[in-house]
Every structure is written in C-alpha cells, then in structure tokens.
Design a protein around this ligand. Sequence first.
Ligand code: NAD
Length: 502
Amino acid sequence: MTTSSSLPTVKLLIDGQFVESRTSQWRDVVNPATQEVLARVPFATEAEMNAAVASAREAFKTWRKTPIGARARIFLRYQQLIRENIKELAAILTAEQGKTLADAEGDVFRGLEVVEHAAGIGNLQLGELANNVAGGVDTYTLLQPLGVCAGITPFNFPAMIPLWMFPMAIATGNTFVLKPSEQDPMVTMRLVELALEAGVPPGVLNVIHGGAEAVNLLCDHPDVKAVSFVGSTKVGSHVYQRASLAGKRVQCMMGAKNHAIVLPDAHKEQTLNNLAGAAFGAAGQRCMALSVAILVGEAREWLPELVAKARSLKVSAGTEPGADLGPLISRAALDRVSGLIERGVQEGARLELDGRNPVVAGYGQGNFVGPTLFSGVTPQMSVYREEIFGPVLCVMQVDTLDEAIALINANPNGNGTALFTRSGAAARHFQEEIDVGQVGINVPIPVPVPIFSFTGSRASKLGDLGPYGKQVVQFYTQTKTVTARWFDENEVGGPVNTTIAL
Ligand code: NAD
C-alpha cells in the first residue's frame, strides 16, 4: 500500500531547479480509470510563486538579448526530444488524464507542431521598414518581447495547451511562468524537463502549481506583463477582468458548445462516423467536441444510424487496445455529467442512448460514462445551455440551413462548428454567416495548424489575439516604431523647427 509520504511529488521549477514545495497543502493526482493515486501536487506558497516570477524577471535581462538563431535552435532540439519521447509522454498523459493512448499521442503531437513553428521564429518575429517616409528619413518597427509572461492551462489537453503557450512566448524573447492544471500536471512537467534538456536556460521557464490563489497571484503580480489562459468561461472571464485591471495583456480561450449541421446531401457514412468521433472521443472532454448535431430536413432520418454508431463505441481505460473513449477526469466530473443527463430527462429531452453506469470489465472504479444521446433537444434545456464536457450529444432537428445557422448564432458560445454537405454554395453561405471562431467544412474538429492561430467568438474568447501562430507573435511582443534620420556632415545646422513635421 502506498502512503502519502511514499508517493512521488510533483516539483516546482524555479530558476532552473526542480524543487520540492514547502507547502502544507497538497492534492492527489489520480488515475481516472483506476483511482490509483499517482503523485501529489503542491499548492505553492506565496513565497515560492514570487520566487518563480522573480527568477523569470531576472532571466529576462539576458534572454531578451539572446540572438534569434540561438532561440530558434533550442526549439529545433526540443521538437526532436518530444518526438523521441512521444510514447512515454502519451503513457503519462493517459495515466493521469484518462484519454486513449492514441488521443494522448495526438495531444502531444498537436503541441509538437507549435514547437516546430517556434523553431521558425526567425521568419516570424519580423518588423517592417518604410524607406524615405520624408527626405532621408526611414520608419521601421521592432517587435520586442514584453518580459515575464504567464500561462494558466486546463486539464483536458495537458500537453498541447502548455505547448501552445511557453514555446512561442520564449521564442519571441520573453520569460515564462506556467501554472498547469492541478488535476493532471505530470505530463506537463515531463515536457518541461525536456525543454530544459533542449537548452531553455535557468529562469526562462518556471512552473508553479496550485489553484485559484496561484492564478490570482499571476493576474495581480506587477512583474507579469501578459497572461494566457485556456479553460472554462467562468474562470477565464475572471482572469480576463482581474489581469486587465492590473494593466496586463490577456488572452482567454474559454468554454464551448459546438454545433454540427448535417445537410441531407452530405456523405452519410463519413458524416455519421465524424459526428460520433467528435462527440464522444476523449469522452467529450474537448473544447472542440461536437456536442450538438442539427439534422436538417431529411437528414433527420439518420438519427437511428447515429445512435447505432454511438452504441458501437468501446468504453474502457485509455490503455486498453480498441478503447474509443476513456473515463472522465474525476469523480466530481462524473457526478456533474450524470446529473446533467438526469436533468435532460426531467426537462423532456428523449434519451435515445443512456451511457450512465456502463460495465467496464476490469475497471469497476473508473469514472466512466458511455456515449449518451438525446434527441428532441430545445434551446431552453440545461443539456443545451450548459457545456456538459462529457460524452453527451444533443440532437436537434430543423427544416433549413438558415434555421440551423440562426440557432448557432443565438448560442452564447462561438468556439467551433462544422457543416457536412456536398454543396459548395451551402458551405460558402455557412462560412459567411456563422459567428464562430473555428469553422469546419466536412471537417469535424477544425483546430487550426500553427501557421494559423486558434481563435473563438463571443463567450468563447476574450482578448483580440489568439494563441500560437502569427497572432501570438503580436500578443507576446510590443511594437516599437522607430523613425530615424541620419545627418550627413554637410546637413548639420539650420534654423530651429517648431512645427510638427519630419
Ligand atoms: P477550469 O477553468 O476549471 O481550469 C482552468 C485553469 O484555471 C486551471 O489551471 C485551474 O487551476 C484554474 N482555476 C480553476 N478554478 C479557478 C478559480 N476559481 N479561480 C482562478 N483559477 C481557477 O477548466 P478545466 O475544467 O480545467 O478545463 C475545461 C474547460 O476548458 C472547458 O470549459 C473547455 O471548453 C475549456 N477549454 C477551452 C479551450 C479553448 O481553446 N477554447 C481549450 C481547452 C479547454
């Protein structure tokens, strides 16, 4: 039997050293398929958190002047190290988060792509120059790093989302303090170890652990210049307000209720497979999960086949071969999702498939909910209004594409959406009229690759610049505009000029 003292502890990273926290407040990191306690994570003390920020502030003095090629080469090495260790990273991720090993590898891989992009920073952090804006005068811009930046990440992509943040922040010349999710910090810490191995110098990347207190400290700390947040709308709105009030740049990517529209001319088999994968994969714990399907016109008749697809998915521990979806992150999440399903029934939605209390051989203790499907859902129902963040698909039925678009645009969230059709005209109409950040056309989970940036609309995003890609280069840098004239010896002298002119 393991006692709390014999369990491994998750370390803080301060000034290049992995250190044991002196806190008295700890939380267990639990395997959600088995309830095995894997490690204990500290809630860092105020002194430790301040030390992390101080270390980042000190490191910034030299890091900001490190040549761009030297910065880029660290990320070239880092992407190689992640690639070489991807199986190990996925195994850690599955153990603490629950998703299948294939999904865990995808989680790491989508982060790895951002690291590859960070290695190209030499082509990204470029200013502009206008020659002869007046006689003998040039104007040009410098994209300079801000200083200490902070990142706060959610539990559902513990590899990808930290990698959305610190590689680009550091590549642009900033230093960083990361606050991973306290629910599954272990894969994040392994990625941080690899970053140091790749050459990130002491103090350039620091990690603190904790919950609301740690987040509030980062929002308030005068030495933190920018905050990147990914998580729920409730917490993200708080972070945005608090950190903005303290004068920082803030970007918050938040909750979702992503709708798919299915037109009757869509490729049926492909569409139903895509819907089932995007609704139930990763147990619905994706901010881009398709949690509402709007069947238009005759596509309503596809409901029984959609239910059959959902029923055919295998629920088991993420390590089991053939598992399509693993457990929910915690007992609390299991209770919340089960409670919402119950409310759906009470509010009159038709429960076509009930995934509660599935029998999962060998994993009687896991936080499992199987694919669950409601039809006859209306916008007033709790299952529609709330982000369930579980394997629950709400099916709605309308007569026209425009009705479906109006429904989506009336929902407060605008994270992702997808249209399934064979009609180019319908697809174009959809892309023009829909008010959602990530738009898929016959692509169920259209997360942009890092040459673009992640985005979001309405309640799904606060701040104008998104994570990774070109936008984050703007987010993590301050533009300085220089207007320069170099006098030649013969020009020096002349009258004092008091007018505003070049
Ligand atoms: P969460 O908001 O509970 O937690 C996110 C972070 O905030 C964690 O690091 C947590 O420690 C911290 N936190 C929690 N409560 C806090 C409080 N009261 N005050 C200050 N900080 C607090 O989110 P989660 O449950 O870990 O993640 C799931 C949510 O994240 C979903 O809503 C999902 O849609 C969203 N998400 C959004 C995106 C996106 O890009 N839009 C991506 C992934 C996840």
